[in-house]
Design a protein around this ligand. Sequence first.
Ligand SMILES: [Zn+2]
Length: 86
Amino acid sequence: MSEFYGNPNSPNTNDSKVVLVELMEERKKFLEDKYKLLNEIKTIENKINQLDKMIYSICKHEWAIDRSSYGEHTEYYCKKCNSYKD
Ligand SMILES: [Zn+2]
């Protein structure tokens, strides 16, 4: 790492400062992209949650035992909307 950023005592200190500023700028851009995408994911998750609730309340459920679940309790899922019973 220190070779890449340059030795602070070397005559290239100014160059390594420029590199550092550029790298930090690039990092900042990626962080901004990351936060934008995380916000988008949150929005999408909220929409999915809303749709799940609407689907759950509208569907005339047809419950069946979930054979893929090996928990202590028997789980039921709806054959029509794939929701799980609360
Ligand atoms: Zn259902």
